[in-house]
Design a protein. Structure first.
Length: 229
């Protein structure tokens, strides 16, 4: 082979190599646009170019969980049906919670917050010129307590839920007792009356049959009389 033929062959090989590289780069760019959204949604990292954590927070999952718990019971608190209800992948769930047990623990903690601490805080804030205990009784005896029933049903078969129920019972009783003590009752009298009022609340919460409004108001008036006497 003469020198001209050798240079011509090398030039041809170089051109082929350049063409192959250009095709490879173009192929990778096209496939990255096709595959990236699929892969990232499956694994929960990104969705439509945004971090899934920016779209759904842990609080969003807990709020959905409380709604689901009240409506469908504790057996519905699973990643897959919750994700479907929120129209996201399960990756979003596992971004915020290590596993379903961690989620259940967070649900019970959130229930304590909304069913005890927030109510007490709201009553305290609104009671500057009113009796806090009267405000509390009017509030809780005017609500539909589906979530309360759902958690207590859960507690009948689950130790963690049972512990959460026992903790919220202690917190609520302690608050009612403190209000009765401030009203002038002895410690023993306040403890006894707080228990009576709380038993009335539990009976109301767990009852499947609502009273007519007039009858319910008469019961509430009598409870308010007991609390104030």
């Amino acid at each position: 082979m003469n020198q001209g033929d050798r240079y011509s062959g090398e030039a041809s090989t170089l051109q082929d190599d350049i063409a192959h590289r250009n095709f490879s780069i173009h192929y990778c760019m096209v496939m990255s646009r096709i595959l990236a959204p699929v892969n990232t949604v499956v694994y929960g990292g990104m969705t439509h170019g945004r971090n899934m954590n920016d779209q759904l927070t842990a609080s969003d999952w807990l709020d959905q969980g409380l709604k689901t718990l009240a409506k469908d019971g504790f057996t519905a608190l699973k990643a897959e049906p919750l994700a479907k209800a929120m129209r996201v992948s399960r990756g979003s769930f596992y971004w915020h919670f290590a596993d379903i047990a961690a989620y259940h623990a967070a649900i019970l903690a959130r229930w304590h917050e909304v069913a005890a601490e927030q109510i007490i805080a709201n009553v305290e804030a609104a009671s500057r010129d009113q009796n806090p205990l009267a405000l509390l009784l009017r509030r809780v005896f005017s609500e539909r307590l589906m979530l309360e029933r759902a958690v207590r049903t859960w507690a009948s078969v689950d130790p963690a839920a049972r512990a959460a129920v026992q903790a919220i019972d202690r917190r609520r009783l302690s608050y009612v007792e403190s209000q009765l003590t401030q009203a002038g009752l002895s410690a023993e009298g306040a403890r006894t009356r707080a228990q009576i009022l709380y038993w009335a609340f539990l009976g109301f919460a767990l009852s499947d049959q609502q009273l007519p409004k007039a009858r319910q108001q008469a019961v509430l008036d009598e409870l308010l009389r007991i609390a104030a006497s």
